[in-house]
Design a protein around this ligand. Structure first.
Ligand SMILES: Nc1ncnc2c1ncn2[C@@H]1O[C@H](COP(=O)(O)OP(=O)(O)OP(=O)(O)O)[C@@H](O)[C@H]1O
Length: 656
């Protein structure tokens, strides 16, 4: 065979190969991605040459073939692309590839672990695993001579004529002993699946096509059905619940980016601090860890983003600071906001049904990102006690263009699957401005606060359910900060004036001492409970039927409770029920009035000197208090025991 050239690769460092091997130590497998990318490029170039008329005749079906030979420790990648002439090998392999290799290594020698993609390592990356590399190639150019290049890892190379007859290139890598795994079927199949699954050319391993090829994010949304999107999601995330909705991204200015992002159902056990979005560069998989590119609050999303404009050979910290990356992050956040808006406008029912999963994400985004907050603030909804069946509030939503405002009034006020209505904060405030301007009554736990919610409801007052973790600990304080005169009061914090009948407070009920009902009740309960930390507050709760309101309620003043919650949160403990609390005794309730009478009507003296009816009255006071605590679920073991014992005593006495 004719030796065309023998020589030294023009690089400045004599020992570049050991450096390649050592410095790129962590991620050897990417050599295959690089070889296959080059093969795909060679095939695209051939197609372009054919389209431009530079090449006559049929170019055939493009394909890439991988062949493994474990005995010879070899892997070869063949394409039927453009091929190379001897001149091109000299230029692109001997000069260009290796000088860029040297540059790359000089620059990144010490930060290889931080690089997001090791991208553009190119051809020479196969020296990470190779004992010897051979190129056998025939150019598409008419009259070309096939050539064979080989290099054993030293800077020496050999270029000779080859008897190859078919157009295209075969790269054969003879593997180092410690890299033998790359001659194994399973390993290669897995690598092709990971990196090359969506490359647009069939990749065959021993004749069998092993990559999917279709990358639906590159297709036009008009050509795709819901089923296409769902099928793609199932393919990416098998055995997962169906996603709630998705966004198809596609832009070519000021950067090229395409992709599909899905909103998954957020299970409480999903680790939202870890990203699940896969990053691609021209359909080549780069990483499934793109925390530096996706805004943090979007990390729970799943899917694919593909952009050749994301710099992949910079350190992760440089990536975060990169201008294009920041623009991309903003673009993605904006598109997500737009998608939420359009769902809210077009399908409020689905929006509400998805809210349980979307809500935390949207609120977190609003907390984290000022621009996103502006986009979604009118889309944040809360379950309400109000029946919104008949009125349709106006909802204003920023339009696509981002500046004008348009009406986005849902045609009906949709409910969730349980028939509950939802409202925006703005609408809530508007509906209730006459009754309690700038005040929001909320409930954080529908089961333990049901007595209170019921009371509000019966009085025609609207309560919002803000019962997710983020609501209570972050979102309410955030909203109060955002709207400085807005005040949130939990239903069990105090009784709003509208719920209390102050006229009854002064009524004299004990002619002997001239004491008012409130004074008598306060004294009686204080002495019965005998705990200075419990602040007894007699109040007549309004209502058509006094039996509708409870005889007593435990209140936890808002500021005090929040402080304790905050402390518990910081100490990562669950909040203890506060020893200091208010006991509202409902003086309008017949039970309380009866207890007062029972206390005053004592005739028989007991052994303790107290009349037995007043003793019973006090027991009942404690009982009423316990029932109020119970409604707050604030019973410890000892409290429960006392309660049961006393219940039995009271019942025994009453049946005497
Ligand atoms: N299979 C192939 N068929 C034809 N030409 C090839 C093939 N592989 C490599 N080449 C040529 O060798 C050149 C150098 O390849 P290398 O992979 O080092 O860099 P690159 O592909 O240009 O860029 P990148 O750094 O992004 O990989 C290519 O630009 C191409 O001209």
């Amino acid at each position: 065979m004719t030796v065309l050239e023998q020589g030294k690769i023009t690089i400045h460092s004599e020992n570049i190969f050991p450096i390649i091997k050592k410095s790129l130590y962590t991620n050897h497998e990417i050599f295959l991605r690089e070889l296959i990318s080059n093969a795909v490029d060679a095939i695209s170039k051939l197609k372009m040459a054919s389209l431009s008329g530079e090449l006559n005749g049929d170019i055939g079906e493009p394909e890439i073939n991988i062949h493994l030979d474990q005995g010879k420790k070899q892997i070869s990648v063949s394409d039927n692309g453009i091929g190379m002439t001897a001149e091109e090998i000299k230029k692109y392999i001997n000069q260009v590839a290796f000088s860029s290799a040297e540059d790359f290594i000089k620059k990144y020698q010490n930060q290889e672990n931080q690089l997001i993609g090791h991208f553009g390592l190119g051809f020479y990356s196969c020296f990470m695993v190779a004992e010897k590399v051979e190129i056998d190639t025939l150019s598409y150019k008419e009259g070309s001579q096939a050539v064979h290049w080989s290099c054993d890892g030293s800077p020496e190379f050999q270029l000779e004529e080859s008897d190859r007859k078919t157009r295209g290139t075969t790269i054969t890598v003879t593997l180092l002993d410690e890299e033998k795994e790359y001659a194994e079927q399973q390993r290669i199949r897995q690598l092709v699946k990971t990196y090359c699954d969506f490359m647009p050319v069939p990749i065959k391993l021993d004749g069998e096509t092993i990559n999917r090829q279709r990358a639906i994010w590159k297709e036009s949304p008009q050509d795709l059905t819901d089923e296409d999107y769902l099928e793609f999601y199932r393919y990416l995330y098998p055995y997962q619940e169906e996603p709630l909705l998705w966004v198809h991204l596609n832009t070519d200015y000021p950067f090229l980016l395409s992709g599909i992002l899905y909103f998954p159902k957020l299970k409480p056990d999903v680790d939202v601090s870890r990203g699940h979005i896969k990053l691609f560069c021209n359909q080549v998989f780069v990483s499934d860890n793109c925390e530096e590119i996706i805004p943090e609050f979007l990390l729970p999303l799943r899917g694919v983003i593909d952009s050749p404009d994301i710099p992949l050979n910079v350190s992760r910290s440089a990536l975060t600071a990169n201008r294009t990356v920041r623009q991309i992050a903003n673009y993605i956040a904006k598109k997500i906001g737009d998608r939420l808006k359009s769902l809210y406008e077009d399908n409020p029912k689905k929006y509400i049904q998805s809210w349980e999963d979307l809500g935390t994400f949207v609120k977190y985004g609003a907390l984290r990102d000022e621009k996103f907050k502006k986009q979604v603030e009118d889309l944040i909804i809360f379950r309400t006690t109000a029946d919104l069946g008949d009125n349709t509030p106006q909802v204003e939503v920023q339009s696509e263009s981002g500046d004008a405002w348009q009406d986005a009034t849902p045609t009906t006020n949709a409910t969730d699957d349980n028939g509950y209505y939802y409202t925006t904060l703005k609408d809530y405030l508007e509906r209730n401005k006459e009754k309690h301007e700038n005040r929001v009554f909320y409930c954080t736990d529908p089961s333990t606060q049901s007595t209170y919610v019921d009371l509000y409801k019966k009085q025609g007052m609207e309560v919002l359910f803000m019962d997710s973790f983020i609501d209570n600990n972050y979102f309410i304080p955030f909203l109060e900060q955002e709207y400085s005169n807005l005040q949130f009061t939990r239903v069990d914090a105090e009784l709003d004036d509208t719920l209390v009948d102050n006229d009854q407070s002064g009524e004299i009920v004990d002619p002997q001492t001239n004491k008012t009902r409130n004074e008598v009740v306060k004294e009686l309960f204080e002495s019965a409970i005998d705990n200075s930390k419990v602040n007894v507050k007699p109040q007549a709760i309004k209502g058509d039927d006094p039996n509708n309101a409870p005889p007593a309620m435990v209140l936890l003043p808002e500021a005090m409770r929040r402080m304790q919650e905050m402390t518990a949160l910081i100490q990562q403990q669950s909040m203890q029920f506060p020893e200091e609390h208010v006991l509202v005794v409902n003086t309008a309730h017949p039970l309380i009035q009866n207890i007062v009478k029972l206390n005053q009507g004592g005739i028989i003296q007991s052994s303790t000197g107290e009349s037995s009816s007043s003793e019973l009255a006090k027991m009942m006071c404690r009982h009423v208090y316990d029932l109020a605590l119970m409604a707050q679920k604030a019973f410890d073991a000892e409290g429960m025991q006392q309660f049961i014992e006393r219940s039995n005593q009271v019942l025994t006495r009453l049946t005497k």
